[in-house]
Ligand binder design. Structure first.
Ligand SMILES: Cc1ncc(COP(=O)(O)O)c(C=O)c1O
Length: 435
């Protein structure tokens, strides 16, 4: 048995004065195991609640798509800061502290990000007492900026269309600030080895542990291994680290599917990036106009690339919400729609029709980040009225003029509430937020 599997099986828990391994507890006390895992001890601070996210069956979507394999979602929005990027933020800060690069009372953490790494860093720095400046393209949501400011970070917006190596881009502005601000340090998610390592050491082993810890039964068959893993790529740290974790110490034959939006250049072969080259897309967090160092392009790290569109991503988000009850963000829809497309390819069809094959989809963040975005409001408020809507109206309208089931009023109320007057604050004149 490979070392990773053996390690995962050797999780021991003390329960009623008896020492049982995790699999035995799962079999004999299925309802208490989630409780046991969550309540092992008191956490020192929010960073203790980073990661340890659930792996959840997406059975209704699998059935709709005619899949025989298991479709499983790794739900990262349950992490303390709300995304998969909490993991790298925590690791980059802790390693920099260990190496003496971060000094309490002196260091100012500066990071260019599409938002989630910034939120993770701002959370870590709130806990540890460092100042933070986040540079972020205009395209990224108001909710991310609000969360960052609530955590105490300064936020500088940059033009979305600026090329990554121009002085106006989020990367260029962060570099300019770092040169001028005493104690300024860029931990640099695009180059920091602790970005992929966070996933190799935590996200990947958690997925493997969940698969190994779930026995195969006649009603829920399992191959006992991760057969396919799909994830979107931004910096590429997630997919690179996950691939290493799974292929090196669990299943060398696992197939890794990378998802990259049309308009980005991360996919291989390069010919995949020609259609729609340079076009803008709405989904946040994935795709770039340069290849970050942490995205490994070695053969066998990412086996297949799929190009995703906004439309199919948002449609997949709708299914994850409506069918599975999962309040995920846009890039989760990209990963899901990407892997569903791959499962229709020649190689993918064999896996799709194999009972018990485990296909894991990474779901990087939640809808908290996108509540005011038109794509979400449209999906939520223009959804087909449920059969109950008419019944509710007929019961309530004759007796009360204050009760409303009117979707337009709801929509305008939400739009007003979610656009606070931040532009009136000093230093914010001319700031632009794109929707
Ligand atoms: C919402 C979202 N999805 C996906 C990703 C991609 O992760 P990675 O940078 O590890 O490739 C990010 C990265 O910021 C993100 O914020």
């Amino acid at each position: 048995m490979p070392a990773g599997q053996a390690r995962a099986r050797k999780l021991f828990f003390s329960f009623h004065n008896t020492t049982l391994d995790f699999q035995s507890i799962s079999v004999f006390y299925p309802s208490v195991t989630p409780l046991l895992r969550m309540s092992r001890s008191i956490l020192d601070n929010a960073l203790g609640a980073v990661g340890n996210t659930p792996l959840i069956r997406l059975d209704k979507i699998a059935a709709r798509e005619g899949l025989q394999c298991n479709l499983l979602g790794k739900l990262e929005y349950t992490s303390a800061g709300g995304s998969v990027k909490d993991r790298i933020a925590k690791r980059m800060v802790e390693v920099a502290e260990r190496d003496g690069l971060l000094k309490p009372g002196h260091s100012v953490v500066i990071e260019p990000t599409s938002g989630n790494t910034g939120i993770g860093l701002a959370m870590a720095c709130a806990v540890k007492g460092y100042s933070v400046i986040i540079t972020m393209p205009n395209k990224m949501s108001l909710e991310k900026e609000a969360a960052l400011r609530a955590l105490g970070a300064e936020v500088v917006r940059t033009p979305t269309e600026a090329a990554w190596d121009s002085p106006e881009s989020h990367i260029g502005v962060a570099q300019r600030l770092q040169k001028e601000i005493p104690g300024g340090i860029i931990l640099d998610q695009y180059r920091n080895v602790n970005n992929p390592l966070a996933h190799e050491f935590t996200t990947g082993p958690e997925i493997v542990e969940a698969v190994l810890g779930t026995p195969s039964t006649p009603s829920k068959p399992s191959s006992g291994k991760v057969d396919v893993l799909a994830a979107g790529a931004g910096t590429g740290g997630t997919i690179t680290g996950l691939s290493r974790a799974i292929k090196k110490s669990h299943n060398p034959k696992a197939i890794i599917v990378g998802v990259d939006p049309v308009g980005s250049i991360l996919a291989l072969p390069d010919s995949l990036n020609v259609a729609g080259a340079g076009s803008q897309y709405i989904v946040e967090g994935i795709g770039y106009d340069f290849v970050p160092d942490v995205l490994s392009r070695e053969t066998g790290i990412v086996d297949h690339w799929i190009k995703s569109t906004d439309e199919e991503s948002f449609e997949a988000v709708r299914h994850l919400m409506r069918s599975e009850g999962l309040l995920v963000g846009g890039s989760s829809g990209s990963s899901l729609s990407g892997v569903l497309r791959w499962l229709k390819s020649k190689e993918g069809r064999t896996i799709a029709q194999t009972k018990g094959a485990n296909v894991v989809v990474l779901l990087p963040d939640g809808i908290r980040n996108y509540m005011s975005k038109p794509w979400f409001l449209k999906m939520a408020l223009e959804a087909e009225p449920s059969p109950l809507a008419k019944r509710i109206s007929s019961i309530l309208q004759p007796s009360s003029s204050t009760v409303s089931t009117d979707v337009d009023r709801l929509a305008s109320g939400i739009a007003t509430l979610t656009i606070p007057d931040l532009d009136n604050r000093p230093g914010h004149a001319g700031r632009r937020v794109e929707f």
